[in-house]
Design a protein around this ligand. Structure first.
Ligand SMILES: C[S@@+](CC[C@H](N)C(=O)[O-])C[C@H]1O[C@@H](n2cnc3c(N)ncnc32)[C@H](O)[C@@H]1O
Length: 363
C-alpha cells in the first residue's frame, strides 16, 4: 500500500467543501495559453465519446466537445452553465469518492486544475480505473496556483516537479493503470505553466514491466509477431528472424547500452506483447543517436489498447526514436497519434517515422 507522510492530506480549511463551493466562481483558474494547452492535449489524445470531467465547473476546455460529456463538480449553477455538458452531477468526492457509474462506461476521464483539492485520491483513482474502458486515459492537468486553504498540505509543500511526482504516485498506486506520461505542455510560457500527467487503464489482467536480459526469448518471439504481413500474403517463415537484417534488432536484447524495453504480460506471466528500442543501423535509421523501435502484440490480443499502453510506457522514458513501417500497416495511425512523423519512404511502401521527443517538454 502507498504510504504518505502524516498530515499530507490535511488542509488549512477543513470545513465541508459544500460551504466553500457554494459561492459561484464564473472565473478561469488558469490563463488563456494554459487553457489552450489543455484543449490541445485533449485533441492530441483524441478524447471523444463518453467522457467524464471530474471537479468540473462552467468551462471544460474541450475543443471539439466530446459526444457525451458528464460533469461532476460541487456547484450546480456553474455546472448548469457549462455549454459542453450532456449531463451534470453535484458530488463531493472528498466526502465519498465512489463514482455512481457502471464499470467500463467511459472513453476518458479528465480532471483539470483540481487534483490538489482531493483528500482521498487513491480511492478516487481506483474508481476512475473501474469506470474507464480498457485502454482509455485518465488525464490530470494542473498549474502552480490554487485556493491554498483547500489544497492538501502535501501539494502546497511540493514544487512543480514534486507535484508531477505526487500525481504519478497516485496512478502507480492503482495497478490497473499503465505507466503515466508526465509533461509540461506549454514550455516557455510566460504565464501559467500547464503540467499534465496521464495514464491509460490497462486491458483486463495485463500488466506492463521493464524488459531484462532474461526476456530474450520473448523479444525474439515479438520480433516475429511485429512483421507486417499484407492482406492475402503468406506468413513469413519463422527462420526469418535469424537473418542478419532482423537478428540485429533482437539478439542479446538488454545487454547493450541503449537497449530499453517493456513487456506486457497476463497475471500468470504469459507475455502478450513487447515494445523495445535499440541503437541499430537498420531499416528505420535516422542518425546514430536515435534508437529504432520495435513493437508487437500477439494476434489474439490486438485491438485492446495493449500496444498503446506499451508504447506510452516506453516513450515516457525514451521520447526520441524512429521506426520503419509498411505504409499499408494500420499501426501507422497509432504511431502518428503518439507523435511519430514520416521522414522518408524507402522503396514502394517502407515509411521511416521519427518521434523527435514528444513536445520536448518532459517535466
Ligand atoms: C480550480 S476549480 C477548476 C474547475 C474546472 N475543472 C476548470 O478547469 O476550470 C476547482 C474545482 O474543483 C471542484 N471541487 C473541489 N472540491 C471538490 C470535491 N470535494 N468534490 C468534487 N469537486 C470538487 C470545484 O467544484 C471546482 O469547480
Amino acid at each position: 500500500m502507498t504510504e504518505f507522510p502524516a498530515g499530507f492530506f490535511d488542509r488549512a480549511d477543513e470545513s465541508p467543501d459544500a460551504e466553500f463551493y457554494e459561492v459561484d466562481r464564473f472565473v478561469t483558474h488558469i490563463d488563456g495559453e494554459a487553457i489552450e494547452a489543455v484543449g490541445a492535449l485533449y485533441r492530441e489524445l483524441q478524447i471523444d465519446g463518453d467522457v467524464l470531467d471530474l471537479c468540473a465547473s462552467w468551462v471544460s476546455h474541450f475543443d471539439p466537445t466530446p459526444e457525451h460529456l458528464v460533469l461532476v463538480g460541487m456547484n450546480d449553477r456553474e455546472l448548469a452553465a457549462n455549454p459542453s455538458a450532456s449531463e451534470t452531477m453535484v458530488l463531493d468526492l472528498n466526502a465519498d469518492p465512489v463514482l455512481p457509474f457502471p464499470d467500463e462506461s467511459f472513453d476518458a476521464v479528465t480532471c483539470c486544475v483540481s487534483i490538489d483539492y482531493l483528500i482521498r485520491p487513491i480511492e478516487l483513482f481506483g474508481e476512475v480505473a473501474r469506470v474507464l474502458r480498457p485502454g482509455a486515459p485518465f488525464v490530470v492537468t494542473f498549474s502552480n496556483r490554487c485556493f491554498p486553504t483547500k489544497a492538501i498540505r502535501g501539494w502546497l509543500g511540493a514544487d512543480d516537479r514534486g507535484r508531477c511526482t505526487i500525481v504519478a504516485v497516485y496512478f502507480a498506486a492503482v495497478r490497473t493503470f499503465g505507466e503515466p506520461t508526465v509533461q509540461l505542455r506549454n514550455p516557455g510560457a510566460v504565464g501559467d505553466p500547464l503540467f499534465a500527467v496521464w495514464a491509460r487503464k490497462l486491458p483486463g489482467g495485463v500488466a506492463i514491466r521493464p524488459a531484462t536480459a532474461a526476456d530474450q526469448a520473448i523479444i525474439s518471439e515479438m520480433q516475429y509477431a511485429a512483421l507486417f504481413v499484407p492482406p492475402g500474403a503468406p506468413p513469413f517463415p519463422r527462420s526469418i528472424i535469424d537473418e542478419p537484417q532482423l537478428h540485429r534488432y533482437h539478439a542479446d536484447f538488454a545487454t547493450r547500452p541503449g537497449d530499453v524495453g517493456r513487456i506486457a504480460e497476463r497475471a500468470d506471466g504469459t507475455p502478450v506483447g513487447a515494445a523495445w528500442v535499440r541503437l541499430v543501423d537498420g531499416f528505420g535509421f535516422v542518425d546514430d543517436q536515435t534508437p529504432e523501435l520495435g513493437v508487437a502484440v500477439i494476434a489474439d490480443d490486438r485491438g485492446r489498447g495493449i500496444g498503446t499502453a506499451l508504447l506510452e510506457s516506453l516513450l515516457a522514458v525514451v521520447p526520441r526514436c524512429s521506426l520503419s513501417v509498411d505504409e499499408r500497416n494500420p499501426a501507422m495511425r497509432l504511431y502518428e497519434r503518439l507523435g511519430f512523423a514520416r521522414v522518408r519512404v524507402d522503396g514502394e511502401f517502407s515509411a521511416v517515422m521519427l518521434r523527435a521527443g514528444g513536445n520536448g517538454a518532459a517535466a
